[in-house]
Design a protein around this ligand. Structure first.
Ligand code: NDP
Ligand code: GDR
Length: 329
């Protein structure tokens, strides 16, 4: 019989890639979608029409329980979250509730749903490299001390330890993927890679004059979302649940991101196109992230396939197509 999987955060970047991966493996895929008129519902239905959608919210435990009953999942991937770090300072309480307590709501719902047969449901939590924050070790690995720098990071730490706690307290097959930044043409436009790829495409097409950013010196370990959802699935196929860092092991500054994005449209000197505004600076910055994913390589056999330059070129190329189509329409 086909396995069943439930994905929270189905309308997000990772939710869609994961849904496509699981459908290609023959899973019966269910997604939790929130809101009475979510504009992304149509996107999910057009890209992955075989996904069965259930209306619910991470803040509404009864909706999660109902969705578990309806989908009878073998695997639950908890990707739903308020995920924009900058937003989390302005909205610390709701971020803590959704990104932090939401994890507990899913774990408790699974515990109630599965009863004495807890082993029948495997759980994946979307933990984040933002938990390392003010990094205490370079590169960061599973054992590195966590030192989050934003309400988002603090909420992810809560979800991370709650996942470990359910594994240790109840023997639940609950794993956390500590994923470093991963991007794609489906990345939300509020995140720096997509903000840059869209702006560079529009500048090239003569639709925009410049781009305004915040800190250009911060460094991130950027990978491709399509590679990273593969790691999520691999974690839940292991006999024993565990936590894994997923990263490329390479770090690049925002300036290097600008180098790669402008180079993709043939512009070598971007200085005249880039402005800075304190509005985009953060109250506390995560200056440097670089991950060591050797455990994932050893145990899961996982390695990333798309490198930084290929990723940036893929995003710019997609935005050139999207923006010219929009402009012609
Ligand atoms: P997105 O921001 O693209 O997607 C977040 C998803 O969460 C959306 O589907 C959103 O739905 C949903 N959501 C928000 N609030 C609620 C709620 N109250 N109830 C139910 N669903 C809700 O994130 P990504 O796809 O990029 O990331 C997936 C997960 O991985 C997130 O948990 C993120 O924090 C984490 N992560 C991401 C990394 C990255 O680099 N992308 C790295 C490490 C961790 P809606 O359409 O309604 O807004
Ligand atoms: P991040 O991603 O905070 O790492 O979280 P984001 O792309 O928002 O920021 C990356 C870095 O770029 C700097 N930056 C800017 N960022 C944005 N968004 N806009 C700007 O104009 C800008 N200028 C400079 C930031 O200061 C930061 O240093 C992402 C999210 O997907 C999280 O959910 C996830 O957990 C982490 O990645 C890993």
């Amino acid at each position: 019989m086909a396995k069943s999987a439930l994905i929270t955060g189905i309308t997000g970047q990772d939710g869609l890639y994961l849904a496509e991966l699981l459908l290609s493996k023959g899973y019966d895929v269910h997604g939790l979608i929130r809101g009475q008129n979510n504009p992304k519902l149509e996107v999910v239905q057009s890209i992955a029409p075989d996904v069965k959608l259930h209306f619910g919210d991470l803040l509404d435990t009864s909706s999660i329980m109902r969705t578990l009953d309806a989908s009878a999942p073998d695997e639950v991937y908890n990707l739903g979250a308020i995920s924009f770090v900058a937003y989390s300072w302005e909205n610390a309480s709701v971020t803590s509730q959704v990104t932090g307590l939401g994890v507990l709501n899913v774990l408790e719902s699974i515990r109630n749903y599965a009863g004495s047969d807890l082993a029948k449901v495997r759980f994946y939590q979307a933990s984040s490299s933002e938990m390392f924050g003010k990094v205490q070790e370079v590169p960061q690995r599973e054992s590195t001390l966590l030192w989050p720098r934003s309400p988002y990071g603090v909420s992810k730490v809560y979800g991370h330890y709650m996942t470990i706690n359910y594994r240790e307290s109840y023997g639940m097959h609950a794993s956390s993927g500590i994923l470093f930044n991963h991007e794609s043409p489906r990345r939300g436009p509020e995140f720096v890679t997509r903000k840059v790829s869209m702006a560079v495409a529009r500048i090239k097409l003569g639709l925009q004059d410049d781009i305004t950013l915040g800190n250009l010196d911060a460094k991130r370990d950027w990978g491709y979302a399509g590679d990273y959802v593969r790691a999520m699935w691999l974690m839940l196929q292991q006999p024993v649940a565990d936590d894994y860092v997923i990263s490329t092991g390479e770090t690049h500054s925002i300036k290097e991101l600008l180098d790669a994005a402008f180079a993709a449209v043939g512009i070598d000197d971007w200085a005249g196109y880039v402005k800075q505004d304190p509005r985009f600076m953060r109250p506390a910055e995560v200056e440097l992230l670089i991950g060591d994913s050797s455990k994932a390589k050893e145990v899961l056999g996982w390695t990333p396939e798309v490198n930084f330059n290929e990723l940036v070129a893929m995003m710019v190329e997609n935005d050139l197509k999207e923006q010219s189509a929009l402009h012609k329409a």
